[in-house]
Ligand binder design. Sequence first.
Ligand SMILES: *Cc1c(COP(=O)(O)O)cnc(C)c1O
Length: 430
Amino acid sequence: MNYYSLNKQAPNTTFKNAVIKGLAPDKGLYFPETITPLPQSFWDNFDHLSYSEIAFEAIKQFVSPEIPEPVLKTIVEETLSFDFPVVTLSEKISTLELFHGPTMAFKDVGARFMARCLGYFNKENPHEVTVLVATSGDTGGAVANGFLGVKGVNVVILYPSGKVSDIQEKQLTTLGQNIKALEVQGTFDDCQAMVKTAFLDETLTSNMQLTSANSINVARWLPQLFYFMFAYKQLHKKHQNIVFSVPSGNFGNICAGMMAQQLGLPITHFVASNNDNNVVTRYLISQLYQPRPSVQTISNAMDVGAPSNFIRIQEIYKNQFETLKENLSSYSFSDEETKTALKELYTEYNYVADPHGAVGYLGCKAFLKENPEAHCVFLETAHPTKFLDVVEEVIKEKQSLPEQIQSVMGKDKVAVEISTYEDLKAFLLN
Ligand SMILES: *Cc1c(COP(=O)(O)O)cnc(C)c1O
C-alpha cells in the first residue's frame, strides 16, 4: 500500500517509508491511497475467525507487500497476546476493556505492532532509528515496553513533569536499555511541539533517522482498528445498532474505529467523548475548528488541545461536514461529572472504571438519551489503578495493584530534565 500526505505537497510513499519517517516531508500525516472493504466472504466467516485471523485480514492491505504475509501473521499474533473482553453492564451499555496488555492501556496494541514492523524493516538497515515520542501519559509506557530491546531502535520519550500519574511515570522511566525518558518542564502540548520541531530540524535529520511513535505514525494508528472488530464479534448476536463511545485525546483511536467501519464493520455511529479539552465537541456545534492550549484534567491522556488525527477523520468523510455529523457525535464532561460517573459505575454496576473510561461512559449516556435504540460500547482505555489517587478517592475503596503495575513500582526513576527545544536538540546530538 502507498500512502499520501494529507498536506498534498509531498510524494506518495510506501508503508515502510511512512513508518520510518512518521510524518511526511511536508509535515502532513500519511493516509492510505485506497481503503478496500473486506470481501463478503470475510464477513460470512467472521464468527469463525480467531482474533489474529481477523486482525491479519483487516490490516493486510495496508502493509503488503512490504511485510510478507508469514511475517505479518507472526507480528499480529505477538501483538495480540492478551485479552480484549467486553463487559456488558446493562441492556444498553457495555464496555470494551483494552487494559489487559503489558502496560495496561490500549496503546499497547499500536506500540507493539509498530515496534515489530520497525524491527522488521530495520533488519536490513545499517543505521539506527531514533523513535521520538511525546506522551500525555500512556503512550510513553506502551512505547517503552513495546520497543524495549528492539535492535537498531533507540527510543526517546518526552513527558510533562508532574502531569502524568506516578504509575505512568514509573512505566516510562524505569526500563533502561534502549529507552530514554526526558522530563519536560511544560505541558503535553509543549512536548508535542518540541517533537514536531525536531522532525523539521535539518541539523538533526541530517544526523539521524528520526521517527515518531505517536498515533500520527501509521503503524501505531492502524492496528487500533482491530479491537473494534473484536468487540463487534462479542456483541453482535445479542445487540443491534452498536455504537462506540471513545474517550478521545489525539483522536487516533476513534479514527482507527472509523477505518474499521470503512472496511465494512457495521458500526452505526461513533461518539467522541472528551474532557474539558473539547475542540471537536465545539466543532460539531459551530463548524469552527479552533485548537486551544490544553487544560489539565483527571483524564490526563486526553489533555490535548490540538488533536493531531482529526485531519484524518475529515479525510475519511471527504471533508463533508454533514457526512461527518451523521457518523460522529461528541460530548464533553468536566472532572466533577467524571468523578460522579466513576462513583455511579461503581455503585450501580459494581464496575471500577478509570477516569477515561468514565468519560466514555458519560458519552454513552448522553448519546443514548437521544438515541435509545442503540447499544453503546465505551472503551475502557486504561486500567483503573493507573489512576489510583482519583479512583480510590472517589469510590472510597482500596484497589489492589495488578502484577504488571506492581513490578514497576519498586524500580528507580531515571529521567533527564529539560525545558527548551535547545535542551532536546543537545540531548539528541549527544
Ligand atoms: C491515549 C489515551 C486516550 C486518548 O486516545 P487518542 O487516540 O489520543 O484519542 C484515552 N485514554 C487513555 C487511557 C489513553 O492513554
